[in-house]
Structure formats: structure tokens, C-alpha cells
Write a new protein. Structure first.
Length: 118
């Protein structure tokens, strides 16, 4: 998809610090990390979000990559958080299916927060 930053990374048009890749996914470090380890697992095929008719094999590949990324980044034993943002209320900023793997420090107990008045 033209103009999609993740599609450009998948095509090699924009450099990224790759952690792992295969035929279905590519994992790379986030350029604006929100934790000491913040890696994105991105589908090679463009889908706007997890509800965008994503084939089961791709969903499985993305989830299967999570422990591999955690191991590669050295956070498998200490723990990590995985997040998939979907749509505007979740603050999805890039509309290309991706999963965040975050760790490297103790995370806050609360998993989510909401804007006041919503």
C-alpha cells in the first residue's frame, strides 16, 4: 500500500533495526520506544488491523513470533507485554496490522487508562 510506513519498511524502502523475519512477518525495534525493549511485529501483507479479514495463518505467525522476539531481546524470562491497538479509540497510529512487544523493566500494574469524560 502506497504511503504506509510499515509497507515501506517491509519493502526495504525505509531502514529498520530488524530483530527477526520470515515469509509472513517482520519484527523490528520501534523508533519511538516506550520501554527499554519495544519491538514491533508487522505483517508483510497489508491489513489495516486485526479485524481486517486477516488469515489465520498470519495471526498464528504473529503470535508465534512473540516468544521468539522476547528471547532475541533478552526479556523472555523477566516478562513482557504484548499489545495490538485496533482503531481510533485504541489510538492506533499506523493503520497496518502490528503487534508491540514491550519489556526490559517492570511495567505498571494497570494495563489500560482512559481519557476523562469518555
Amino acid at each position: 500500500m502506497d504511503g504506509c510506513i510499515f509497507c515501506m519498511i517491509v519493502r526495504g524502502e525505509i531502514p529498520a533495526k530488524k530483530v527477526l523475519e520470515d515469509d509472513l512477518i517482520i519484527a523490528f525495534d520501534d523508533i519511538a520506544p516506550q520501554a527499554p525493549v519495544h519491538t514491533l511485529i508487522v505483517s508483510r501483507e497489508h491489513h489495516a488491523h486485526i479485524g481486517d479479514d486477516v488469515p489465520e495463518v498470519l495471526r498464528s505467525a504473529m503470535m508465534g513470533a512473540v516468544p521468539r522476539v522476547a528471547e532475541a531481546k533478552g526479556i523472555a524470562s523477566s516478562g513482557y507485554r504484548t499489545i495490538i491497538n485496533t482503531g481510533p479509540d485504541a489510538q492506533q497510529s499506523v493503520h497496518h496490522l502490528h503487534l508491540h512487544v514491550m519489556g526490559g523493566r517492570r511495567m505498571a500494574a494497570g494495563m489500560v487508562s482512559f481519557e476523562e469524560g469518555r
